[in-house]
Design a protein around this ligand. Structure first.
Ligand code: EPU
Length: 338
């Protein structure tokens, strides 16, 4: 498959269900196709954007230039020993399908990351994480094509500089790196991670905590707390949990003794953005535009039907201002705003 479309609707390609149109839209499967596109077509466009499954973006009404969308779904085993397997997975694979597939193969580790909406290719960008696990723990390398030079190369884990909801792929200077595949390393013997309290509490008998049982529990928790994008448009957590240095955090904790917080690396404290937003009265709020704050998890902004990208952004700005005014903490979006 190798197609260039004009005035292409992105409504079904963004989980906020925003009515948005790409001026040009190019989808490809094979490296040879994108190389040919880079050589012959890309120079004709004034700008480009890279779109994965569209689960972590907020779109405008129109997206200028060409939007490039990888669709490769191939999985190859590169190496297998008694204790681990190394595989390459195409960027276009749907994330939760992949989690289930790996567990069925007896490749363990992704169970805590069940039901996260998105694609394999997008998973390293913000280092997706949930219930005590971050994807970087299983990434060996990330395979990219450089849209400026056509170079197809792998970037080693250490060079990806993974952090909390962060990697080099988020930097503006790397926007020409298109992820074509991810190389993962999975253990072949299950070692489940029950460190996240909400998960650990569900398994009083450790023997019952098989990877598939953990996956089932994670799915149940997510379904009870987070809106299904197929029913209510959303992009998961809209904001990151803010990190504040300890000197600034201490007086806040004294002033608000109930404020949920955790120790983080680098002398920082992580606060629960959900709590800050809830305290400001936004939980379950819906603006006249249809942009809203989810009733069960205020970190998630939703589109109740007719909101535009600007409507959602306006609500996000209102929340940022109110939280800053109340707590002196500036929330940052986790979602990419186009
Ligand atoms: N809280 C409230 N009110 C609420 C919900 C939560 O005050 O209505 C407070 C509670 O104190 C709770 C704390 O927020 O203990 C944390 O809540 P939760 O366990 O639901 O997790 P989170 O920090 O809000 C993060 C991720 C989620 C991930 C969960 C579970 C970020 C930005 N979000 O949310 O990721 O599923 O932990 O690991 O780190 C996503 O990135 O799209 C996403 C959904």
């Amino acid at each position: 498959m190798n197609k260039l479309h004009t005035l292409f609707s992105l409504k079904k390609l963004n989980s906020f269900n925003i009515d948005s149109t790409a001026e040009y839209f190019y989808e490809f499967e094979h490296i040879s196709e994108i190389k040919e596109f880079i050589a012959n077509e890309l120079p004709k466009f004034e700008s480009f954007k890279i779109l994965g499954a569209g689960n972590n973006i907020l779109l405008n009404e129109t997206v200028a230039g060409v939007t490039i969308h990888p669709t490769n779904k191939q999985i190859d085993i590169l190496q297998k020993t008694e204790s681990e397997v190394i595989i390459r997975a195409g960027a276009g694979i749907e994330w939760d399908w992949f989690v289930e597939y790996t567990l069925n193969q007896g490749w363990y580790g992704l169970e805590n990351l069940s039901l996260i909406p998105g694609s394999v290719g997008a998973s390293p960008v913000q280092n997706i994480g949930a219930y005590g696990v971050e994807i970087e723990q299983f990434i060996k390398e990330v395979e990219v094509i450089d849209l400026q030079t056509s170079e197809h190369k792998t970037i080693a884990h250490i060079e990806c500089r993974f952090g909390y909801r962060n990697s080099i792929f988020k930097l503006p200077e790397n926007r020409h790196l298109l992820i074509t595949a991810v190389i993962f390393r999975f253990p072949l013997h299950p070692t489940v991670n029950l460190n996240y309290k909400a998960i650990g509490d569900l398994f009083s008998d450790q023997k019952e905590a098989t990877p598939k049982a953990v996956r089932q529990k994670v799915i149940e928790i997510r379904q009870s707390k987070l809106p299904d994008p197929k029913q209510i448009g959303n992009a998961g957590s809209f904001f990151k949990n803010p990190l504040v240095n300890k000197t600034k955090a201490r007086p806040l904790i004294e002033k608000f003794p109930n404020i949920p917080h955790w120790e983080a690396p680098d002398n920082e404290i992580k606060f629960a953005a959900a709590w800050l937003i809830e305290q400001c009265g936004f939980k379950g709020y819906t603006a006249p535009s249809g942009a809203g704050v989810y009733k069960n998890q205020p970190l998630v902004l939703v589109n109740h039907g007719t909101a535009t990208g600007k409507d959602i952004l306006d609500l996000a700005m209102e929340i940022i201002a109110k939280v800053n005014q109340t707590f002196g903490i500036k929330l940052e979006p986790e979602v990419n705003v186009w």
